[in-house]
Ligand binder design. Structure first.
Ligand code: FPP
Length: 245
């Protein structure tokens, strides 16, 4: 399989990835979990580059969920350290590759140094017009929907908008992902076949792709396989095949 097989006119516009299996990868190698996350960070870099190379506009990565806060404290601090280190190391590369970074989630719950580093990279890359990379950090889709409902309710209560105006557009505008298009392709690694509270609203019509590969094993070829699978599917959005043809 090579890049030539991919139809460059039918690429997904937005890919989202649940990066799973760092711990199992480490265990398989007889290493401690931290090594799995380090290898996972390398897979992030390779994937970002591969997605950018294809000219795909949006990539959203599930890097830390609201549920991940219940992991052992030492593992959380390692993940935060890796994040800070990656942000620091990747800024230059993001700038060269014209990549814009954003983050979604309860960012205020992140340690101060992570928030600071994140803000710095977001600000420094916000003018970049190439690929838009979004990191979901301390993210949970139900929490995202909950805060959207609260914001909208307040606007109704304060007579800023009438209740009748609430529609999909208004809801979209109050989600963390307000500036992003819907997800076209959702990938999850490590053989788990579930969504785990990731972008529940935004994946309404996404094609789902599950692979047994563990996240540190995911590479350019894996990405190509996922895209080829996506391109073989017929996205009907509720219509019949005949209507589409
Ligand atoms: C899942 O593996 C992965 C995570 C909880 C975090 C993802 C983090 C990274 C890929 C590293 C750094 C991220 C960036 C953006 C630089 P797991 O620990 O749940 O694996 P397991 O299910 O096999 O235990």
């Amino acid at each position: 399989m090579n890049l030539e097989e991919i139809n460059h006119n039918e690429l997904p516009q937005h890919i989202a990835i649940i990066m799973d299996g760092n711990g199992r990868w480490a265990q398989k190698q007889g290493k401690i979990r931290v090594r799995g996350h380090e290898a996972g960070a390398k897979a992030v870099r390779k994937t970002v580059e591969a997605v950018a190379k294809l000219g795909i506009k949006h990539l959203t990565l599930y890097a830390f969920s609201t549920e991940n806060w219940s992991r052992p404290k030492t593992e959380i601090s390692t993940l935060m350290l890796l994040l800070v280190r990656s942000l620091r190391n990747e800024l230059e590369r993001m700038t060269t590759n014209n990549i814009k970074l954003s983050a979604i989630g309860s960012l205020g719950k992140l340690p101060n140094n992570v928030q600071k580093e994140l803000q710095e990279v977001i600000i420094k890359t916000q003018g970049n017009s190439g690929m838009h990379l979004t990191l979901a950090l301390s993210y949970g889709a139900r929490e995202e929907i909950e805060q959207a409902v609260k914001q909208i309710s307040l606007k109704v209560k304060n007579n800023i908008i009438p209740v009748e105006s609430i529609d999909e557009t208004i809801i979209n505008e109050h989600l963390y992902t307000q500036n992003l298009p819907d997800v076209d392709l959702l990938i999850r690694t490590s053989g788990e076949v579930r969504i785990s509270n990731f972008l529940l609203w935004q994946i309404a019509y996404a094609e789902l792709y599950f692979t047994d590969e563990l996240w540190p094993e995911f590479d350019e070829q894996s990405l190509q396989r996922a895209i080829l699978s996506y391109q073989k599917r017929e996205r009907r959005f509720g219509k019949t095949s005949e209507q589409l043809n």
